[in-house]
Write a protein that binds this ligand. Structure first.
Ligand code: SAM
Length: 224
């Protein structure tokens, strides 16, 4: 008898963006691991699902992993969700998935929303090749070094950013990488969804609405 771990994507804003299969899995598993039990409880109760929840987040993941592996060994079916989008993508999940794989448990994908793909698909920038940068480092020296590294990247570059740092990051991209074509995607799938597309300098001059969550999609270096 061997358990299974389901990695389940949940909405990034619009609560209707969840697959029928995800709802089935969340209803049927023995246990759901989630970042914030209150938040996941809200999602589940919207769909009339009541199931056992256990917190699994950046603060407790190291101590949770042996426990979760022991449940899998007992044959339990476990779902992993994050607060929004796909677990493991700039969210907890990777370490557990790795350990489960190393131990030989089945790990199954229940795919759905992720802000990366949502942003890229509406950006108007080339989608055939891209790189995901996640969040840039917080410390200025490291951040500028990272931008310097990205300067020669010829694939479309996707960066996650918070409301607190969006203006500063755009300014630093302009200074280090230059005035490229960009899409600044805000509040995707939500009521105030907005994509500002154009030259970076124009977008900075026009100003950004400083509210919500952001994905920056930046054109890669021209090959010429
Ligand atoms: N696991 C998530 C995913 O699959 O996209 C990402 C989680 S990460 C902690 C949160 C970041 O994702 C936000 O700071 C923002 O950069 C981006 N993000 C998530 N939802 C978004 C949305 N609705 N609109 C724009 N950006 C979003």
């Amino acid at each position: 008898m061997s358990g299974r771990l389901y990695v389940v994507a949940t909405p990034i804003g619009n609560i209707k963006d969840i697959t029928i299969r995800a709802l089935d899995v969340l209803r049927e598993v023995d246990l759901i691991l989630c970042e914030d039990t209150r938040r996941t409880r809200q999602l589940l109760s919207h769909y009339g699902i009541s199931n056992e929840l256990l917190s699994y987040n950046e603060h407790n993941e190291r101590e949770r992993i042996p426990l979760v592996l022991s449940y899998l060994k007992e044959g339990k079916e476990i779902a992993l969700v994050s607060d929004a989008g796909t677990p493991g993508i700039s969210d907890p999940g990777y370490r557990l998935v790795r350990e489960a794989r190393i131990k030989g448990f089945e790990v199954l994908s229940v795919p759905g929303p992720s802000a990366i793909i949502a942003a890229l698909s509406v950006s108007g920038l080339p989608t055939d090749r891209f790189v995901f940068e996640g969040f840039l480092p917080r410390r200025k020296g490291k951040r500028l070094k990272r931008l310097e590294f990205l300067k020669n990247e010829d694939r479309t570059i996707i960066i996650y950013e918070s409301v607190h740092r969006i203006e500063r990051t755009l300014q630093e991209i302009l200074e280090v990488i230059g005035d490229r074509e960009i899409a600044v995607c805000r509040e995707l799938t939500k009521v105030f969804e907005e994509v500002k597309y154009g030259k970076l300098s124009t977008i900075i001059n026009e100003g950004i609405t400083k509210k919500g969550e952001f994905v920056i999609v930046l054109r890669g270096k021209d090959e010429s």
